[in-house]
Each structure stands twice: as C-alpha cells, then as structure tokens.
Design a protein around this ligand. Structure first.
Ligand SMILES: [Zn+2]
Length: 206
C-alpha cells in the first residue's frame, strides 16, 4: 500500500535510506574503532621535529633566534601544568588536562625568542631584533605557517601565542581514540573517514 503512494522521488529516498543506514553504521564503527589500547607517544613526532628544526634555521637566516621552550609533554606533565594556577601556585597556563593537548601526542611545540648570544628569553611580540620594522614574533609565525604549523595565537578562545602545532586534521577526540598520524603525516584511519564525509557532502548536493 505504502509502495503505491510513493512517487519516483519517494522511492529514491527510501533506497537512499537503505544505503545510508549501513554506511552510518560503518562510519560510526570507524569513529570508535581504535579504542583498543593504542600507546601514547613518548616523543615529538618525526615530521614535527624536522619542521621545528627547519623553523629555527629559517628564522636564523632572517636574523631571528628562535628557542623551542617545550615540545613533547607526557600526560602526567600535562596534569601538573593544568594544576598550575588551580591547585598549585602560579598562573593558569593551559586549559588542557593530560591527553587533551597536542603536546601529549608529540604534535606541538612552544617557542620564544632570544637575542643572539643572550641568555634571556624574549616573549615580547613587538620585539624587532633584526631591525626590519617587522615584529620578529610575527615573522616566526609566518615561517611556521608556511611550514604547515597552526598557531595558537589564531585561536578564538584561549590565545596561546608561543604555541605551534600540526594536527594533521586530527581532533583531540581522534587522538584520544587512538588515531595517529602516519609517517608522512596522513592519518590512515581518517583518510577513510574523510572519504565517507566527502561522499555524504556529494550526495547532499544532488
Ligand atoms: Zn603549547
């Protein structure tokens, strides 16, 4: 009876529904699949490390001394940092608990500047040590972005000016679920997920 009432468009929608349900099921299982214990990284990601060195070198060529002040941070260290300004002394420096920061997955670095030969770290974003009338900090950020880093200073909520990260399209949730970037930086699990998202976008445009 219902069948008879369906016009061409209706039939097409029913067919689509039958296609979508199993796809959604697969998509959902992909999202949660790697929950089996994937070990936490213990060091900086190789690609992030290589790009960090490149950043320091490229900045040096412009007469800017970049100091990497922090890179990989264990979940335990992250929790200690989270406590700072909350249950322990100091200012609040992070909103991320252990496992909630890209540092915990070896995908983030923090930097500061220093004068050539100087011991003192420089956090002044207006500092122009190379005298080209441009902020050294901003010059470093520009180089970093060209190397593929995302800058914490671009965040809308908690601006983190010394922070640079490479997420490779992975959210903290993905990372917590055990998805990791591969050697060349492309997350294998996510690549499949991306394909499905793309497919949904395409069919919704019909
Ligand atoms: Zn950071």
């Amino acid at each position: 009876m219902i069948r008879m009432k369906l016009n061409k468009k209706g039939k097409w929608l029913v067919t689509l529904l039958f296609l979508i349900v199993p796809i959604l099921f697969i998509f959902n299982s992909l999202e949660t699949q790697p929950t089996k214990k994937v070990p936490m990284p213990t060091k900086l990601n190789d690609l992030v490390e290589a790009k960090s060195k490149q950043l320091v070198n490229e900045a040096a060529r412009k007469g800017i001394r970049v100091v990497i002040t922090d890179d990989f941070r264990s979940a335990k260290d992250q929790n200690a940092l989270y406590a700072q300004g909350r249950s322990s002394d100091g200012n609040v420096v992070t909103n991320a608990r252990g496992g909630e920061s890209y540092h915990n997955y070896g995908l983030a670095i923090d930097f500061a500047l220093a004068a050539p030969g100087g011991e003192q770290l420089i956090w002044d974003m207006d500092y122009d040590g190379n005298g080209n009338s441009k902020s050294d900090w901003k010059e470093v950020v520009e180089i970093a972005k060209n190397l593929g880093f995302e800058w914490g200073g671009d965040w809308a909520k908690f601006k983190d000016y010394p922070h640079l990260q490479m997420s490779f399209g992975l959210t903290i949730n993905d990372l917590q679920n055990g998805v990791r970037p591969s050697k060349n930086g492309v997350p294998t699990n996510l690549a499949m997920k991306d394909k499905i998202v793309k497919f949904f976008k395409e069919i919704s445009n019909i």
